[in-house]
Design a protein around this ligand. Structure first.
Ligand code: ADP
Ligand code: MG
Length: 531
């Protein structure tokens, strides 16, 4: 007995087939959401909270997935989301298709390592072809950027707002992009998405600055302040209250009076320290005592308390404020600056806007929608739009979507397979077939006959100038997707292929699974037991 009691071990084909099946189920689960005609999923968690989404990663993240191989598929979606910001469904569908084809090869007694090697070669070749045929775009051409962003947002519940959302995303990304060694890099954290229920999607807008989901602590403080000198404080503007046993010793009213006077003195000193630096705005991560609020108000200082740490860091970065942890050592050098700080009630929520910050690389998007679940999906849509824009700024190359790129790659991979000998050749061919899963699913989801469409697509790609022929899902015709301006960043496709191949290879290599037993629940004492 090497394994712990209760651990189970399974090996060989049982494990391999079990894993493949689990992974295929995941791909099957989300494939109906692929493409502009894809459907949404409604997910209900154990607490009854509902999410309605079309986003591959979101679906898998919300679904409570247990099987270890299925979890690898969730990882694929996650990596895709982090690296490319879009293409999560595609990556998972592709991984599922690779495994489906691999299963057929396993049935023919082809060794998993031959399949893995074949897939690896086909993947390298696909990426080489991808880089060769991708089209360069001018990142200053707003129209092209608009098309790229709209393609990513097409077919979501928020479709009606995709033009506006794309415009907002382009502005946001352009404002925060920074040139490093000739490439435009964007730190997505510089773009803050703030959500407020009410109005409609088309009431969403961009703010050059920060938005904090808080209100001003005192009603008599200014609600609108230009030339804001901002103190960002990470300590409570309160006097630490004595412990209970210390308090009972203050029986004498004179002592109590003295104690209160002392408290008042300390708080007023604290506020004097702050006003002494020239600050007219206080942004505090902790609490602000009522009395301190009063003194701050008397000094005309706009103050906000209990700000989230992440917002405090954002504030510091945007306004140039140093985060103060000790009021006694505070000076004017610690203050940040913004053109304007103001409070505004939007829908049911009150927000603080910090606009025209010292560091212009701070933008926020106020997302609006009539109800909460739409708002959440709007946020994901916006993130996809931002994601693809960040991709094309980083590498200014696009390919056409609608299945065109996958059909073209499949064709070129089939040609390439003739150069590969032995059993690996079969795997390379299988890879080509797996790529065609994307146009197949796109046409299925659009209610078209995938067999007819594939025949037409292959024929179109054989012709001169047929490279970009894909499915116009709106009318079911095979058409040039560049002409239809369905454009996707090369990074999205490259990453989808890479992660799909990695996941499929990883799952194929496993032939042994050892699972330790879960800790048994502690036995309940029988009723009436004496303890
Ligand atoms: P993913 O999570 O993979 O991004 P989507 O549901 O966003 O999944 O669908 C992406 C697919 O939809 C891509 O293959 C893309 O080319 C395709 N697509 C997007 N817009 C269009 C369009 N107007 N016509 C045809 N296909 C489109
Ligand atoms: Mg997408």
């Amino acid at each position: 007995m090497v394994l712990k009691e209760g651990a189970t071990r399974s090996r060989g084909t049982v494990v391999q087939r079990g894993n493949i099946t689990a992974a295929k189920i995941i791909a099957e689960l989300i494939k109906s959401s692929l493409g502009p005609r894809g459907m949404d999923k409604m997910l209900v968690d154990s607490l009854g909270d509902i999410t309605i989404t079309n986003d591959g990663y979101e679906i898998l993240d919300e679904a409570d997935i247990e099987h270890p191989a299925a979890k690898i598929m969730v990882e694929v979606a996650k990596t895709q989301d982090e690296v490319a910001g879009d293409g999560t469904t595609t990556a998972v569908v592709l991984a599922g298709a690779l495994l489906k084809r691999a299963e057929e090869l396993l049935d023919k007694k082809i060794h998993p390592s031959a399949i893995v090697t074949g897939y690896r070669k086909a993947s390298d070749e696909s990426i080489r072809v991808l880089k060769m045929i991708a089209q360069e775009i001018d990142v200053d051409d707003k129209d092209v950027l608009q098309k790229v962003a709209e393609t990513a947002m097409h077919g979501k519940a928020t479709d009606s707002a995709k033009t506006l959302f794309s415009e907002i995303a382009i502005k946001a990304v352009k404002l925060v992009a920074e040139e490093k060694d000739g490439t435009l890099l964007v730190d997505k954290d510089d773009i803050q998405l703030v959500k407020s229920v009410g109005r409609g999607l088309l009431d969403s807008y961009l703010v050059q600055g920060l938005i904090i989901d808080k209100e001003i602590v005192h009603p008599d403080m200014p609600k609108y302040l230009e030339d804001a000198k901002i103190a960002v404080i990470d300590t409570a503007l309160e006097i630490e209250k004595p412990e209970f046993d210390a308090r009972i010793r203050l029986r004498d009213p004179i002592q109590i009076r003295a104690f209160l006077d002392e408290e008042e003195r300390l708080l007023s000193e604290m506020v004097n320290k702050i006003t002494g630096t020239g600050a007219n705005v206080v942004m505090c991560q902790r609490g602000i005592d009522d009395l301190a609020q009063h003194y701050l108000m008397k000094n005309g200082i706009l103050s906000v308390r209990r700000i989230k740490m992440s917002d405090v860091e954002r504030l510091s970065k945007a306004t140039g404020a140093k985060i103060v942890t000790n009021i006694d050592e505070m000076s004017s050098d610690d203050l940040g600056w913004a053109e304007l700080v103001r409070e505004e009630k939007i829908g049911e929520d009150t927000f603080i806007f910090i606009e025209g910050c010292k560091n212009p690389r701070a933008v926020s998007i106020m997302m609006r929608a009539g109800f909460e679940r739409m708002l959440d999906e709007a946020e994901r849509s916006m993130q996809d739009g931002i994601g693809v824009l960040v991709d094309v700024l980083k590498e200014n190359k696009v390919v056409a979507g609608g299945g065109s790129i996958e059909v073209e790659l499949a064709k070129q991979i089939r040609d390439f397979s003739t150069k590969i000998s032995g059993r690996e050749q079969l795997a390379v061919e299988a890879f080509a077939e797996a790529l065609e899963e994307v146009p197949t699913v796109l046409s299925e989801n659009a209610g078209l006959d995938p067999i007819d469409i594939m025949v037409e697509l292959r024929a179109a790609h054989e012709k001169e100038g047929g490279t970009w022929f894909g499915i116009n899902v709106l009318n079911g015709e095979v058409a040039n997707m560049i002409d239809l301006e369905v454009l996707e960043p090369i990074i999205v496709k490259e990453q989808a292929i890479k992660s799909a191949v990695e996941a499929a290879s990883m799952i194929l290599r496993i032939d042994d699974m050892i699972a330790s037993s879960k800790a048994p629940p502690a036995p309940e004492p029988p009723p009436g037991a004496e303890y």
